[in-house]
Structure formats: structure tokens, C-alpha cells
Ligand binder design. Structure first.
Ligand code: DGI
Ligand code: FE
Ligand code: FE
Length: 188
């Protein structure tokens, strides 16, 4: 039995207050989505709690830690450092928070870009991150919130589509995985 409260206390000390608040929002939203879609509630809470644990330090420090832990960064991750915390977070979840469940680790790894054919838990965390109550107003947020509880695949397509539009508007590069996520769920 994993000690959710113990991990929570550790994260409260490590994360900035806003990031910790967001983390709790994702944890409880993931629990609600697990109830709705008949997924494992404890796994959803753990994955939600740890999804941004890689964000406890600066981008520069995240890159340094990846080097230290021999985590190979892709070309995309080198160009888009905002993506690194997902992969680093999965590593820390496994080695510092002792999470061995591969579905939880996958949900942390893919929470930022998503991917085609995600597991139910991976989709729950991808969406919980987007719709948690503390999220500032983003386009299609209310639509994603209601789809999340009725048609999870549609919710994934809507949020991936909205992320792509946002990145295009601000002129940031788009990771191929983000595009593949949209294409897969848009038609499924
Ligand atoms: O960690 P959070 O802020 O809770 O949310 P997140 O992990 O979904 O996203 C972190 C950042 O990554 C956010 O500013 C959007 C950005 N992002 C997501 N997909 C892509 C991306 N940035 C680039 N450059 N390319 C992407 O495909
Ligand atoms: Fe994140
Ligand atoms: Fe997040």
C-alpha cells in the first residue's frame, strides 16, 4: 500500500505553493474521473499527485538531473524544455517515491504531450491536468470539462487541439507526439 499522505507531505515541501495546489487539484480531479470511468482510484490519485513532481526545480536543473540520472533526452525535448519534467518526473516517481506500477509511470511520462492509444489511466491524467478546478480560463475548457465525464476520447482530442492552437499562436514548436495525439483522438 503506497503512502499517499507521506508523498503529499514531501511534495508540499518541495513544490512552489501554486504548483502544489495544482497538484492537489489534479489528484482529486483524477480521482473523480476514475470514479466516473471505472478506473483504479488509488492509482489515479497517485499519478495525479506525482504528475508534476519533475517541476520542483528550474529547467536548467531538470536538464542537469537528466544528465546525472542518464535519462536520454530526445531532439524535441532539447528544443522544448517544457516537456522534460514529464520524463524526469516518471524517473523520480520510480526512484525517489518508489512507484513501480508501469501504468502510473506511463501516465506521468505522457501527461504533457499525450500519445495515441493511451491507457485509461494515461487519458485520465492527461485530462485531469487540463481541467482541474484551479486552471485559468483556456479556450474550450468548459467543453473539455463536460466531455471528460461523458466522452473521454473527445476530451483528449479537444485539449490536444487547443494546445496545438495555443502553441501555434505563441509561435512555439510543437512536439510530434502532441500532433499524433490530436490526430489519433480526433478520429477515434
Ligand atoms: O506542467 P503543467 O503546466 O501543469 O502542464 P503540462 O505538463 O501539460 O504542460 C507544460 C507546458 O508544456 C505548457 O506550457 C504547454 C507546453 N507544451 C505542451 N505540449 C507542447 C508544449 N510545448 C511545446 N513547445 N510543444 C508541445 O508540443
Ligand atoms: Fe506537467
Ligand atoms: Fe500539471
Amino acid at each position: 500500500m503506497t503512502d499517499i499522505t507521506g508523498i503529499q507531505k514531501k511534495l508540499e515541501k518541495r513544490l512552489k505553493p501554486e504548483r502544489y495546489e495544482h497538484t492537489l487539484g489534479v489528484m482529486y480531479t483524477a480521482a473523480s474521473l476514475a470514479m466516473c470511468h471505472d478506473a483504479d482510484i488509488s492509482k489515479a490519485m497517485l499519478a495525479g499527485l506525482l504528475h508534476d513532481c519533475g517541476k520542483y526545480c528550474s529547467g536548467k536543473e531538470q536538464i542537469r538531473l537528466c544528465r546525472e540520472f542518464n535519462i536520454t533526452l530526445t531532439e524535441s525535448e532539447r528544443k522544448m524544455p517544457a516537456l522534460i519534467h514529464a520524463k524526469l518526473g516518471a524517473y523520480l516517481a520510480e526512484h525517489e517515491y518508489n512507484i513501480k506500477d508501469s501504468d502510473i509511470l506511463g501516465a506521468i511520462t505522457y501527461h504533457t504531450t499525450g500519445k495515441p492509444e493511451m491507457s485509461l489511466l494515461e487519458k485520465i491524467i492527461y485530462i485531469a491536468d487540463y481541467i482541474e478546478p484551479g486552471r485559468q480560463e483556456i479556450p474550450v475548457l468548459s467543453e473539455v470539462r463536460s466531455a471528460a465525464f461523458s466522452n473521454l476520447n473527445r476530451a483528449v482530442a479537444l485539449s490536444a487541439g487547443s494546445t496545438i492552437s495555443y502553441l501555434q499562436n505563441v509561435g512555439r514548436e510543437i512536439d510530434p507526439a502532441t500532433v499524433r495525439t490530436y490526430e489519433f483522438y480526433h478520429t477515434n
